[in-house]
Ligand binder design. Structure first.
Ligand code: HAM
Length: 437
């Protein structure tokens, strides 16, 4: 018989996998809540046009898209950003600013299979709308760091690389490049880490050979790793734009430092981000060892809400993926092992005792206790074994002798001590016994 498997790049979540994913989602939600972000969700299927031209060529080529039965061109969402822009744009007038929203959701990209990259994955998305100043960046970078530190990861495990597309454009303009040339250079910078010099080939193809001295300056700029180096590189230019931008940089870095998070963040002009809509600061999180693909990525995208038909609304945000986060937690031994044990196990004599037991089991469950019992009639010995294997803290014993006396025996599974309680006091006795442990 043919056996069916999940499609390549898609995952089944068996209960043990599910508990791991739930742990990740729980930490993300708790963290976002502590930062005052509100949770939202949206459809997994969207109009194809929401992504074409707005997200960028790479994502466009990876869309799971089709024509639905009504003839609509649709796509499974590859990311949340266009959707959240659509939602916020539609109600921007009514929303209290700054708008701080988050979501935990699944996304679909037809990626080439590789470690840390799947075709269905989850992301935490955190975004702020309506704040043009770098205060929004401070808040989001702090949120990103805490979304990872919340698992017990430290500055020795991961870091955030901060860069700036505005600064790149202002710098390239000061060097004499026009807007189109600058865009080509930035896409080369985006690929430089992976491809080296090859990345600049497409520049030569479109705009002709790049002046060697200018290229040196571009390469020098992309290797900048500190604010001091950045200040030094920009010192020769007398540009108001560059000066104002440096002030924003100082604000972001000093804000993050004041939160005690300076060790998590590195200036790194080599990051420019592939997505088409970013306009200013951009950032990515990586594991320190460099074993894994990016943990998270984000940045400012001040034009996207408007491009998608909404008002002119500045925005900045990021997304963390569950796949690389999960891999890093496993690597560092920070993925807890989850024991799934009941509070109580009911040991039941025979069919006639079952009725009495069922009434209590239902009452205990309604009170919030996790109670298990054997579906079929079993010898007491087997039931006690099952109770021990289940990891239950207490066993409730419903034998014919006990019921004849209108009592239930409660056995503490850790030391096997037993005590008798009147049947109408089982709930109170269980509450007492479990309150201590
Ligand atoms: P992104 O860099 O495309 O940004 O994705 C963010 C994170 O999602 C990545 O760093 C990675 O952890 C995870 N991720 C992306 N693709 C895959 C995949 N195929 N398999 C597993 N994990 C993946 C965005 O999606 C932007 N929309 C983020 C954003 C929010 N910008 C502003 N707001």
């Amino acid at each position: 018989m043919a056996t069916f498997q999940p499609l390549p790049g898609f995952r089944d979540f068996y209960p043990e996998d599910f508990t791991r994913r739930r742990h990740i989602f729980r930490v993300w939600r708790q963290t976002a809540n502590a930062f005052g972000f509100q949770e939202y969700d949206a459809p997994v299927l969207e109009q194809l046009e929401l992504y074409t031209t707005k997200s960028g060529e790479e994502i466009e080529g990876q869309l799971f898209s089709f024509t639905d039965k009504g003839g609509r061109e649709v796509a499974l969402r590859p990311e949340m950003t266009p959707t959240v822009c659509r939602m916020v744009g539609a109600r921007a007038g009514a929303l209290k600013r700054p708008i701080k929203w988050f979501s935990v959701a699944e996304f679909y990209r037809y990626e080439r299979a590789q470690k840390g990259r799947l075709r269905a994955f989850s992301q935490f998305n955190g975004d702020i709308f309506g704040e043009a100043g770098p205060e929004a960046e401070i808040e989001l970078i702090a949120l990103l760091i805490q979304c990872l530190a919340g698992f017990g990861l430290t500055k020795d495990d991961f870091y955030v690389r901060l860069s700036d597309r505005d600064l790149w454009f202002f710098y390239l303009e000061a060097l004499g490049f026009n807007d189109e040339q600058s865009r080509t250079i930035l896409s080369a910078v985006d690929r430089y880490e992976k491809m080296g010099d090859e990345a600049f080939k497409s520049y030569a193809e479109v705009h002709g050979a790049i002046d060697a001295a200018l290229k040196e300056r571009v390469l020098g700029f992309l290797k900048i790793k500190s604010l001091a180096e950045l200040e030094a590189a920009l010192a020769p230019f007398n540009s108001g734009k560059l000066t104002a931008r440096l002030a924003d940089w100082r604000k972001v870095l000093s804000g993050v430092a004041a939160m005690g998070l300076a060790d998590f963040i590195t200036v790194d002009l080599g990051v420019v981000r592939g997505l088409a809509y970013y306009t200013g600061f951009v950032f990515e999180a990586f594991d320190r060892k460099g074993d894994l693909r990016a943990l998270a990525g984000g940045g400012r995208y001040n034009n996207l809400v408007k491009k998608l038909g909404g008002p002119d609304l500045p925005a900045v945000g990021f997304a963390i993926g569950d796949v690389t986060t999960g891999l890093l937690l496993e690597q560092r031994g920070l993925m807890p092992t989850f024991v799934s044990a009941p509070d109580l196990y009911a040991v039941i004599g025979g069919e006639s005792e079952r009725k009495a037991a069922f009434a209590d089991i239902q009452a205990l469950r309604a009170a919030g206790y996790r109670v298990e019992y054997p579906f079929k009639e079993l010898a007491f010995g087997k039931q006690f074994k099952a109770a021990a294997e289940s990891g239950a803290k207490l066993a409730l014993i419903y034998g014919s002798e006990e019921l004849a006396k209108s009592i239930v025996k409660i056995r503490d599974m850790s030391d096997r001590t037993e005590r008798e309680v009147p049947r109408d006091q089982v709930l109170a006795a269980v509450r007492d016994a479990l309150a201590g442990g």
